[in-house]
Design a protein around this ligand. Sequence first.
Ligand code: IMP
Ligand code: MG
Length: 328
Amino acid sequence: MSHIDLVSLLVRDYDEAIAFYVEKAGFELVTDQPDVSSVTGDPKRWVVVRPPGAQTGLLLARASDDAQRAVVGRQTGGRVGLFLHTDDFAVAHRRMSEAGIRFTQEPRLEAYGWVVVWEDLYGNRWDLLGPAEPGPAGAPAAEPVRAKDPHIGEVLFSQAQIAARVAELGREITADYAGRTPLLVSVLKGSLVFMADLMRAIDGPAEIDVLAVSSYGAATKSSGVVRIIKDLDHDVAGRDVILVEDIVDSGLTMRYLVERFSSQDPASVRTCALLVREPAHGGQPDGAVTVDYEGFRLPASAFVIGYGLDAGQLYRNLPYVATYIPEP
Ligand code: IMP
Ligand code: MG
């Protein structure tokens, strides 16, 4: 049997390349020693990095003449030249994003699984690939046409990031409510999509109910005056209620609902929100509501759409969370 042991990757400098591949990409430094075969007097090093658990490694080869230096970062003429496969795409994508790796597009689900292109420090293009699971059900198969809508701004939380975070929240709730049957209350319409994914991430008995509220007017800012348009079917007395919201902004909607249900003799009331907006002044949202299960923090300034969140009732069906651009 034989396999490809090493592939050469031309680099400008050993240390900067090692720093990128080890600290950002999460590879292991397998070898770093003087290259004994070097007879030219140019002190070369034999540097091998490898993804954890992988068989094939990368030989980080310092470009030593003009011809080699000219193709650093362009060894395959701009095509994706390297393919990194991971068993857990969402986790790897999030870890690499957090480490500051540049992804040139949004992850997408193809027939062969999840894929996204990223670049190394020299611009070498890689595919990050993973199996189709885990991923949200019904994810679109290719780059959607709607991505060209000028009102849709930067994607803040991708489909894959949301799927990974929802899975984590589901595991937390599963553990916290072991032996009990929580009543998940979706606050319509915004939390509809989040609720649908979250309930399936809970591994144990759970009941659901829905509640529709409206703050007066169609303004993009919460007035704090909450109107119940559709109340629960369930009696919450004695129940372990989990309020599921899309976003806690001022926190006034959530606080109103927590107070309302708390007065109806439940066993417990907890709150879960996909997004919590960071107050401009830092600290807790002004409504002083505790969010027990928080998906992501959102910068104070961003008005967002997608994954249930709307702007004038549109964009709820985007599979990711993006900023909204009112006047492109
Ligand atoms: P709060 O009462 O200020 O916490 O407002 C919460 C509600 O305002 C959410 O349930 C959303 O319906 C709406 N909301 C707040 N911020 C956004 C946003 O960025 N995009 C879409 N809806 C938002
Ligand atoms: Mg809402």
